[in-house]
Design a protein around this ligand. Structure first.
Ligand SMILES: Cc1cc2nc3c(=O)[nH]c(=O)nc-3n(C[C@H](O)[C@H](O)[C@H](O)COP(=O)(O)OP(=O)(O)OC[C@H]3O[C@@H](n4cnc5c(N)ncnc54)[C@H](O)[C@@H]3O)c2cc1C
Length: 288
């Protein structure tokens, strides 16, 4: 590992100044569970690692009637240990409890998972189906990026030079909303998804589907927001028939590769199966 300086700024402004000054030679560190492995593996040659956990906004969780704001360095355990958050955002909790093991969940969270931007990241699809928005800040100010637009390629994202993630906002969609996330891995835990799906359903007052979102992991160069499958559900009854149809469409929206973890056909099949399953689970969870 190359030697590098360690900076621990206490404000976003200070962190952005350091990141802007050093450009590609600096990276923010939240839990460090991806970053430190990557530095050791030679992926980055850094002059400075910017620890963002000393910045108050980055480690705060704020759950209001409007929605949940998670600081960019909030670890998973802070979410699943809160009963109210667990009840309101079940799809997020599915992911928070399966990212790594308890040690990883105690250090790392959705912010690092999102900024690491891998197609197999377990945190990103649940954020997409919860309509989450990333709040980022750079030298020229702040902006909001819907999570489905955040990842631009394997390990690449929409953050510009010197920009960092400050927090993620997840709207509270009320009692008629349900969500779920599931992945397929060959082992019981601690593995990278062969394929995974996040789903959410919002029922209207007439009992029909008012909104639905389906997102797919490990089956494309980025997490995939399956827009056609999602739209196919709107206005329909929430039942096995509409879920099966949406699952077929989701299968056609993915573009997996074959690698040591799975074939194209296996991944497409998994997308169809897990889409149906997560839609049913989302429906079951409506109303608690
Ligand atoms: C044993 C083990 C098991 C794992 N299991 C899983 C798993 O099951 N599922 C899964 O999805 N992942 C898994 N991971 C990967 C990793 O733990 C997760 O991706 C985790 O969510 C990363 O969060 P972090 O806070 O540690 O990120 P970090 O390592 O701190 O950062 C990750 C990347 O994001 C950047 N970054 C961090 N914070 C910011 C910010 N505020 N603004 C801009 N950029 C930022 C960093 O520079 C780095 O490039 C595992 C890792 C290990 C070591």
């Amino acid at each position: 590992m190359q030697p590098f300086a360690y900076a621990a700024p206490s404000s976003v402004k200070e962190a952005v100044e350091i990141l802007t000054k050093h450009g590609d030679k600096a990276r923010p560190m939240a839990g460090g569970t991806d970053l430190l492995v990557q530095i050791r593996g030679g992926r980055f040659d850094l002059d400075v690692v910017v620890d963002v956990k000393k910045i108050p906004e980055l480690t705060e969780v704020n759950n209001t009637k409007e929605g949940l704001t998670i600081g960019g360095a909030v670890p998973c355990h802070m979410l699943y240990e809160d009963t109210q958050i667990s009840n309101t955002f079940p799809g997020l909790i599915d992911a928070a409890t399966l990212i790594g093991g308890i040690q990883i969940q105690s250090r790392s969270g959705f912010g690092g998972n999102l900024c690491n931007s891998t197609p197999s990241a377990d945190g990103i699809c649940p954020l997409i189906v919860h309509s989450a928005v990333a709040r980022v800040q750079g030298e020229s100010g702040t902006r909001e990026i819907p999570v489905e637009e955040f990842c631009t390629g394997p390990g690449a994202n929409a953050l510009g030079k010197g920009e960092m993630l400050v927090s993620i906002f997840i709207p509270n969609q009320g009692k008629n909303f349900g969500s779920a996330y599931e992945r397929f891995i060959p082992r019981n835990e601690m593995d990278i998804a062969v394929a995974a799906v996040g789903s959410s359903i919002l029922l209207g007052s007439d009992g029909k589907i008012q909104d639905a979102r389906i997102a797919l992991a490990s089956v494309g160069p980025t997490p995939v927001f399956a827009t056609k499958a999602s739209a196919s559900l709107i206005g329909k009854d929430a039942n096995e028939e509409s879920f099966a149809e949406a699952a077929k469409i989701a299968k056609s929206e993915c573009s997996p590769i074959e690698d040591m973890r799975g074939t194209v056909e296996q991944r497409q099949h998994l997308v169809e199966v897990i889409t149906k399953r997560t839609l049913s689970k989302s429906l079951e969870r409506i109303g608690g």
